[in-house]
Design a binder for this molecule. Sequence first.
Ligand SMILES: *Cc1c(COP(=O)(O)O)cnc(C)c1O
Length: 481
Amino acid sequence: MDSRTRTQLRQLPSVDELLQEPSIREKAQTLPRWAVIEAIREALERRRQMIAKGQSGSTPSDLPSRTVLAAEAQQIAVRLSRPALRHLINATGVVIHTNLGRAPLAEVAIDRVVEAARGYSNLEYDLERGDRGSRQEHVEQLLCRLTGAEAALAVNNNAAAVLLAINTLAEGKEVIVSRGELVEIGDSFRIPDIMCRAGGILREVGTTNRTYLRDYEDAVGTASAIILKVHTSNFRIQGFTSQVPVVELAGLGEKTGLPVVEDVGSGALLDLSQLGLSKEPMPSESIRAGADLVTFSGDKLLGGPQAGLIVGKQLLVARLRRNPLARAIRIDKLSLAALEATLRLYLDEGQAVAHVPVLRALVMPLQEIERRARRLCEAISDQLSAISCQHEVSVIDGTSEVGGGALPLETIPTRLVAVRSVLLSAPVLERRLRRTDPPVMVRIKDDRIVLDPRTVSEDELDTLANLVASAAVSKEADIDS
Ligand SMILES: *Cc1c(COP(=O)(O)O)cnc(C)c1O
């Protein structure tokens, strides 16, 4: 180490000295002390490394002042003390975005979660009998009523529901499934893998694009345990195709004594075609068609909490319940509280459409989106004009997506607010918006960022406008990295 480096290192203030800086002392009153101290250490360490690499100028006067170091430490302290899992604004127009937490909950569901979280509850206690109860009782009747099934079971998520069904009914035996349905749903959920982990033996039938009833018939043998049908949620095979409807599989199931299990994926509890969208499979229809067990997610089109719902024949559901795995994948009380409240809304379809945020977003009238887009556009323009920043902000036509592996080919017409900054390229602006507080998620289209008001709530519009306007003009150094 040369003498200049040594001098520079010696001139850095100590942690205690920085703690005495007025700006830091002020910050220390609102932020946790551990975060402030750790931040100062981190800021100093960064400097030491820069000095050691000779990146800190050639004379001691090039060293940052205490004020600069304090400002750096402050930024780090803010980052350290905020939660890792945070609220963000979803301006992508993807309604069920798996990476962004899927379905926002209805207000009534949020209230139930808070109540269940805050105190004790009759989670597993039967108040009538004065004895131990089952957590399933809070939702089983509702699920039966909404799907027409005899019995129901709620677990942690749909992947777990499929695992439980296969493990209970087909461990060490064959699961007959069409080659066209061996899908990968999302990051690491592949039907063949789950099947294997559940102990089932995959018995593929048919081809990728065409599978007939006789393919299933030919596969039935002494080793067969169940017939599985999987909704190919996030993709479609188009053109020369053929799949066997569940009603025909149910006929075969009846003849052979094999239970028919259908994973319908997003599972709409109401008919989306009545709302102007394409149809998604409904659990109630599968039950009516004769499926013995149907599984679906709680936080996709249903618009509730993360959950896996299993509905179907009493005897089969009872067997699933008795499987020790059921305990390992049970639904937690907060999700259960949200699930019950969400399901209750579906008892009246009008209520569901009015209050379940996923449904509201999907059926939001174009006029309403247009109004929000105009408001957003004006607010951003006004702010940028006020500081005489050159910009292009406009309302353009575009499309929103359902997401969550539902209706993959369906795009819903929407209005987008397109923002082009004269100073910044779209990817730079997009990156900046990810780092604001709250972060903002946007799409990029023709070197502009586009904001879709469909997935932005009314009370987020002003915040969104402020964040976009300031990100479009602020200097890079102002953005917390
Ligand atoms: C989404 C999906 C799953 C997984 O559901 P999770 O609730 O995310 O576990 C399983 N099967 C199908 C067909 C799906 O669409």
